[in-house]
Design a protein. Structure first.
Length: 292
C-alpha cells in the first residue's frame, strides 16, 4: 500500500488557552502542563526519527524559550499559532499584524533568527468573516497557512472548502485561486457516502476508534498528503480540569487517556514530515529563506 506522507502538527498552547476553557479559568503558567506534554511528544518523535511542525503560541514561547530551542535543535519546524490565542474574529487586521510581529520578535529572541513561514489560527478561526487575515499573513512574510477546517462544526470551519492543498481565493475560501496569497494545507477530513468526517486530531482523534481512524486516514493518504494535529495538554497526565457545560467538557476531556497509544500507532503507520517539507516536495512552495 503506497501512502502519501503525513504532517503531524502540534498546536503548542497551555491547558487554559482553548476557547471553551479560557473564560472560566485564570491563566497560571506555574503549571508545567505545556512543557510536560511537549516533551512527551518530542520523545515519541525522537524514538522514531520523525519530524513534525510545532505551531507555537507566542505567550508560551516567551515563557519557555528553552523549549523553543529544543524543538528547533531536534530538527522540527516552528510555525506561528498567534501571540495570545485570541481567535481571528476577536482581532482586527491591525491587532493581528501586531500579534504576528510580536511573535517574530519572541522567536528571534529565542533562536537568534526567524525560520517561520507557516501559520495556524487559534481555534481554526479562519473563515469567511476573517479571510482578510490571508493578506496580512502574506504581507508579514508567511508562505502557507493551515487554518481552514473544511467542514463546519460547533465553533469553526469552512463548509465546502477543498480537502487537499490549495490556494484560497480572497473573496471565497472555498475556491482555489492559482494566484492566491498563500498556500493552504487543511487538516485531514475524510468522506463517507458523500459526508465529510473530521479525523484530523483533537476531540476527533480521541473519540474515534483506532480502526475507524486509520481506515479513514489510509483512504486519504492514498490520494493526497494529510495533516494531523494535537495539543501538548492532551499528552500531559496531570492536566487541570475545570467545571464546564457538559458538551464543552466532553469536547475538552473525553478519552484523554487514549491520545498516547493512538499517537504511537499513527507514528508507526505513516511517514511523517514537516508541513513545510511536504509543501516543498509537492511543488507548492519554493524553499523559503530564513529571516534574520
Amino acid at each position: 500500500m503506497t501512502l502519501h506522507p503525513a504532517a503531524l502538527t502540534i498546536d503548542v498552547e497551555n491547558w487554559y488557552h482553548p476557547e471553551l476553557v479560557r473564560d472560566r479559568v485564570t491563566a497560571d503558567d506555574a503549571s508545567d502542563v505545556v512543557r510536560v506534554g511537549t516533551e512527551a511528544i518530542l520523545a515519541r518523535l525522537e524514538r522514531r526519527g520523525l519530524s513534525a511542525t510545532f505551531f507555537l503560541l507566542g505567550e508560551v514561547a516567551a515563557r519557555h524559550p528553552d523549549l523553543v530551542r529544543r524543538i528547533a535543535a531536534a530538527g522540527h519546524e516552528i510555525g506561528c499559532h498567534g501571540m495570545t490565542h485570541l481567535p481571528l474574529w476577536r482581532l482586527t487586521p491591525e491587532s493581528f499584524r501586531r500579534e504576528l510581529r510580536d511573535f517574530r520578535t519572541v522567536i528571534r529572541g529565542a533562536l537568534g533568527h526567524d525560520p517561520v513561514v507557516g501559520f495556524r489560527a487559534p481555534t481554526f478561526s479562519l473563515d469567511r468573516s476573517t479571510a482578510w487575515a490571508l493578506g496580512v499573513l502574506r504581507e508579514e512574510g508567511f508562505a502557507y497557512d493551515s487554518s481552514v477546517f473544511p467542514i463546519r462544526v460547533k465553533l469553526y470551519g469552512v463548509g465546502g472548502a477543498p480537502l487537499g492543498i490549495y490556494r484560497p481565493a480572497a473573496d471565497d475560501l472555498r475556491r482555489h485561486d492559482p494566484g492566491g496569497a498563500l498556500v493552504e494545507f487543511p487538516v485531514a477530513i475524510g468522506t463517507l457516502a458523500g459526508l465529510r468526517i473530521p479525523v484530523a486530531g483533537g476531540f476527533y482523534l480521541r473519540a474515534l476508534p483506532l480502526g475507524v481512524l486509520t481506515g479513514t486516514l489510509d483512504r486519504i493518504a492514498r490520494t493526497r498528503p494529510l495533516a494531523l494535529y494535537l495539543h501538548p495538554w492532551e499528552c500531559a497526565p496531570d492536566m487541570p480540569r475545570v467545571a464546564l457545560p457538559w458538551l464543552s467538557a466532553l469536547i475538552t476531556y473525553f478519552q484523554l487517556d487514549t491520545v498516547g497509544p493512538k499517537l504511537d500507532a499513527l507514528l508507526s503507520r505513516y511517514s511523517f514530515l514537516t508541513m513545510r517539507a511536504i509543501l516543498e516536495r509537492e511543488g507548492h512552495l519554493a524553499a523559503a529563506p530564513v529571516r534574520r
